[in-house]
Design a protein around this ligand. Structure first.
Ligand code: 5GP
Length: 228
């Protein structure tokens, strides 16, 4: 009991309890993650969400912007960052490397933002090990046939790449049991999907934070418990 009201410790925990939620969104290429996230940012009036910009060694696609979609790095620079401990996680995916820069994520969490990591399953599982409180959401089209249709109609990739992505998607969908939530992103219902994602994050924040006990909460509760 003595230890519980140690001021230094109380302040530290108080600060931690204000930090934001790490939100992992995974799903096969073509699941509509990008559109759903745009809708999610539109929904969040208080700007409580921040997007973690990943680093990658793949080349820039048409319409993508350096520092907005990704930090496009050479392999050499990418591996330098890993060696310096600057990546929270990284993975090789479809012949390229992708990784989550550590510092911005930790900073945004400290400032109380919910930080979105749009990452594939291996990275997601690694992050969850480091941040057990992270909420993991898997986004998928209703069927494999629909995924295939979406990949072909978006026409940004060569057939060989589409085949590679479809093969990867089969492996990815088999990992859904590692996730906290599965959200089906129906065609033309991206707004509704974003709303669902927002509800899940809010619910997760409430269930994990509201009822969780820490030193400050214990002190506050015991004060009011014995004084009323
Ligand atoms: P794309 O090349 O289509 O932008 O991304 C390919 C895959 O890499 C997607 O599943 C995307 O979510 C994932 N990805 C993007 N950034 C990261 C990252 O920082 N870490 C991991 N593990 N996966 C990432």
């Amino acid at each position: 009991m003595e230890k519980m009201i140690n001021v230094e410790q109380t302040e530290k925990i108080e600060q931690n309890s204000k930090s934001g939620k790490l939100v992992i969104i995974s799903g096969p290429a073509g699941s509509g993650k990008g559109t759903v996230l745009k809708e999610l940012f539109n929904l969040s009036k208080d700007n409580e969400y921040k997007y973690s910009v990943s680093a990658t060694t793949r080349s820039l696609r048409e319409g993508e912007v350096e520092g907005v979609n990704y930090y496009f790095l050479s392999r050499e620079d990418f591996f330098k960052k890993i060696a310096n401990g600057d990546m929270l996680e990284y993975v090789e995916y479809s012949g390229n490397y992708y990784g989550t820069p550590r510092e911005p994520v930790e900073k945004m969490l400290r400032f109380g933002y919910n930080v979105i990591l749009e990452i594939e399953v291996v990275g997601a599982i690694n992050i969850k090990e480091k941040f057990p409180q992270a909420v993991m959401i898997f986004l998928t089209p209703p069927t494999y046939a629909e995924l295939e249709k979406r990949l072909r109609t978006r026409g940004t990739e060569a057939e060989e790449v589409i085949q590679k992505r479809l093969a990867i998607s089969k492996k990815e969908v088999n990992c859904i049991d590692k996730y906290d939530y599965l959200v089906i992103n129906d065609t033309d219902l991206q707004k509704e999907t974003a709303f669902t994602v927002n509800c899940l994050v809010e619910a997760d924040l409430k269930t994990t934070e509201e009822h969780k006990i820490n030193t400050q909460k214990a002190v506050n509760f015991l004060k009011s418990y014995f004084n009323n």
